[in-house]
Design a protein around this ligand. Structure first.
Ligand code: 16Z
Length: 487
């Protein structure tokens, strides 16, 4: 069997197309002349059912990449590869037989479902997403549709099921990653060039549908599916299939939350259909980067950013080269995401024995300590409509409790934080979240413009200033809108 991996330059091109497509221009262009799209968005606008509302309120989650690649940790035959560790089969041109034989070494003896759940919980995550099957094709649950699964490894047990139970017990929700691209399955194709390709790929799509049905039936508590590996022609050119698949999954699992990457419409448009409407329930293109803090284009739909701790490693890599993010940097990225109305996930790549490297343990602890004190500026918060971003950091808003949170990352030398409030919103009280009894002076310096006088100017960490807001009844802004489903 040939390695059906993609070459390096092609990968970068794909990546640019996949992640870099400008959403705003897409939406603008498409809105000019509505096209007749049969396999586009299932509905227009944001979902406001209880499942989606809950998902949006959670705001912060943990991503886990775990598979056969974890065993190699970025090394093959004495050579280390700095590319993303979960792609090592491609970087090191590992032959199928050698790579797929890794299944006989998969034995995470130190895996402790409760410990994994506790780590996510302690970090302050509200949901966990794990790779059930990455591009390599190895399944982290015992699947009746393949032997290339955990049941056939020395570990044997249902790691996925154990993790889901432990997470649920700890009060965490679970979403599952599933790759359409599959280097192992004999019927997977990147493109359809012959009748036999077509026959094979039809079988492969049946396999996908079977496995997804199996996952949803085995693990009924899961809240979402996150699809990856959908950029190949074979998949993109069958918009009808992914359209029907999204509908089917939501029918057998009502409330399921699906990322936009699953879909392509019949014109091959991905993420956003040919009329500029988001397909799936949220946009997922914000991978290792976030929209800029002034990009209002993202406010019309739900979205989620996913972040690696090192530059570009999802699966376990023994050696982290390049810049490794600190917890404070991660907290800033998370805050930025929430300030732009998005969710945020931090990725972890457990070691092959099922334990976590020190850097990851430290990251989880440090974020958790911050979230314990400041989490209310994140959970349940949204973009602060009308509050113009200032240089000290980011606003988030809790409209239920009428609070605006100022998450401060850069304290001005003057000790004065500038605030411009939108018309109709009045600052009743202002205080540091860490010291709510001590009100801070709010000096009016102009029309809707204020200086908040800090008491303390030295801060070792990002901190939160709270504004209690009173809003004029007549100026109440409509923050989110939802148009009824098209189908
Ligand atoms: C080259 O473009 C990419 C970059 C990352 C193709 C796939 C991916 C995969 C990563 O392996 C990881 O699972 C990430 C979430 N996913 C998009």
């Amino acid at each position: 069997m040939n390695i059906r991996c993609l070459s390096k330059p092609f990968l970068f091109l794909t990546f640019a197309l996949l992640i870099g497509s400008s959403i705003s221009s897409f939406a603008q262009e498409a809105s000019k002349s509505p096209k007749d799209v049969q396999y586009g968005a299932l509905y227009i606008g944001k979902r406001h059912d209880p499942d989606m509302n809950q998902w949006r309120q959670m705001r912060f989650g943990e991503f886990l990449h775990f598979g056969l690649y974890s065993i190699l940790g970025g090394s093959w035959q004495g050579k280390h590869y700095n590319g993303a560790a979960e792609w090592i089969k491609a970087w090191a041109h590992i032959p199928d037989s050698a790579y797929f034989s890794l299944i006989h070494q998969f034995n995470p003896v130190d895996f402790d479902a409760d410990a994994w759940a506790a780590m996510a919980k302690k970090m302050g995550a509200k949901y966990v997403r794990i790779t059930t099957k990455h591009h390599e094709g190895f399944c982290l649950w015992p699947s009746k549709y393949t032997d290339f699964d955990i049941a056939s490894s020395p570990y044997k047990k249902d790691l996925l099921g154990e993790l889901i139970d432990a997470c649920n017990k700890a009060g965490l929700k679970v979403s599952l990653y599933y790759s359409i691209l599959d280097w192992h399955h004999p019927d997977w194709r990147s493109s359809i060039k012959s009748e036999s390709d077509s026959v094979a790929y039809t079988k492969y799509k049946k396999y996908v549908k079977n496995q997804l049905t199996e996952l949803l039936e085995r693990y009924p508590s899961i809240i979402g599916m996150w699809f990856d590996g959908t950029w190949d022609k074979s998949w993109k050119n069958d918009g009808e299939f992914s359209y029907k698949l999204e509908k089917y999954l939501k029918k057998i699992h009502p409330g399921l939350i699906v990322n936009a990457r699953l879909r392509a419409d019949e014109y091959g448009a991905r993420h956003f259909d040919s009329n500029g409407h988001l397909m799936g329930d949220y946009e997922d293109g914000f991978e290792r980067k976030l929209p800029s803090a002034s990009d209002t284009a993202v406010l019309g739909y739900d979205w989620e950013g996913i972040m690696t701790i090192p530059e570009n490693q999802w699966g376990y890599n023994k050696i982290w080269n390049g810049h490794v993010k600190t917890a404070d940097e991660m907290i800033e990225l998370m805050t930025q995401a929430v300030s732009m109305g998005g969710n945020f996930l931090v990725n972890f790549g457990p070691k092959p024995d099922g334990s976590f490297r020190m850097e990851e343990q430290y990251m989880a602890k440090a974020i958790g300590a911050w979230m314990k004190v400041n989490g209310r500026a994140i959970y349940g918060c949204d973009h602060a409509y009308g509050w113009e971003k200032q240089n000290w950091g980011y606003y988030t808003s809790d409209t239920v409790n009428h609070k605006i949170y100022m998450v401060v990352f850069n304290t001005p030398i003057s000790g004065l934080l500038k605030v411009k409030s939108p018309k109709g919103q009045h600052i009743n009280r202002c205080y540091a979240l860490s010291n709510p009894m001590k009100y801070l002076q709010v000096e009016n310096i102009g029309k809707q413009e204020f200086y908040i006088h800090l008491i303390k100017q030295e801060h070792a960490q990002p901190y939160v200033i709270v504004l209690d807001i009173k809003q004029d009844q007549k100026k109440k802004r409509e923050q989110n809108y939802h148009q009824p489903a098209k189908t």
